[in-house]
Design a protein around this ligand. Structure first.
Ligand code: MD3
Ligand code: FE
Length: 208
């Protein structure tokens, strides 16, 4: 591993620059045909039906979706009705390198942040396996990431996530509040047309 892990909280690992430019380009090239068959769509908020500013799609046997009926994991793309494409081996290799968790992720949520998109402070709590870490890979424009604690009202710290950074959310940090305050438009040339892509791999159902 040519990259140092900094530990900001118990179970929170931050690998700055884990992927070099060539590795980032290789992952984007791998994603291209998968994103063509499972295109980004704009999910909406439970109850209100208000659209999110982030566009999403998924890879894996299960994908995270949100619509007026609520948040859930499901096996098919809500627009095409097709099963999500499989998670490519290159992403599973990153999971194996950093997660410290033997079971493989069933879901890889792909978030696309374009012009002004952000993600409000929230917790990820739709996964049945509460022990499994989440692994996040940032590609493209840099983002200001906010990490809080177990209570919404608690103190938060900000971290700039740049292209190629990998974050592991394990231990207690797995259940901390977090969000994306803003994306720094034009900070990277990696993604065609600009913007930021974030991949989060998750174990959804308890293995075994
Ligand atoms: C901290 N995505 O999809 S990834 C999400 O950059 C999400 O798109 C953000 O939050 C993004 O739910 C942040 C990093 C991340 C993922 C899961 C976490 C941080 C987390 C779970 C607990 C604490
Ligand atoms: Fe989240």
């Amino acid at each position: 591993m040519n990259c140092v892990r900094s530990q900001l909280h118990s179970g929170f690992g931050y690998y700055a620059g884990f992927l070099d430019r060539a590795a980032q380009e290789a992952i984007l090239a791998t994603l291209e045909p998968l994103l063509a068959s499972a295109p980004f769509y704009r999910p909406s908020m439970p109850k209100t039906g208000k659209p999110l500013s982030v566009q999403m799609t998924n890879l894996g046997s299960l994908g995270w979706v949100s619509d007026q009926a609520g948040y859930r994991y499901q096996a098919t793309h809500p627009v095409t009705g097709l099963p999500w494409p499989a998670i490519p081996q290159a992403l599973l290799d990153i999971w194996a390198a950093v997660s410290g968790y033997a079971p493989l992720p069933q879901a890889c949520l792909v978030n696309l942040y374009q012009q002004g998109a952000k993600m409000g402070l929230h917790r990820d709590e739709n996964e049945e396996d509460r022990d499994a870490p989440v692994v996040s890979i940032s590609l493209g424009d840099s983002a200001i990431f906010r990490l809080g604690g177990p209570e919404r009202s608690g103190p938060t710290t900000s971290l700039k996530l740049t292209s190629g950074d990998v974050v592991v959310l394990g231990g207690s940090s797995r259940h901390f509040y977090h969000g994306i305050d803003r994306v720094l438009a034009g900070s990277s040339s990696l993604v065609q047309g600009g913007g930021r892509i974030n991949l989060t791999m998750r174990v959804v159902r308890r293995p075994g």
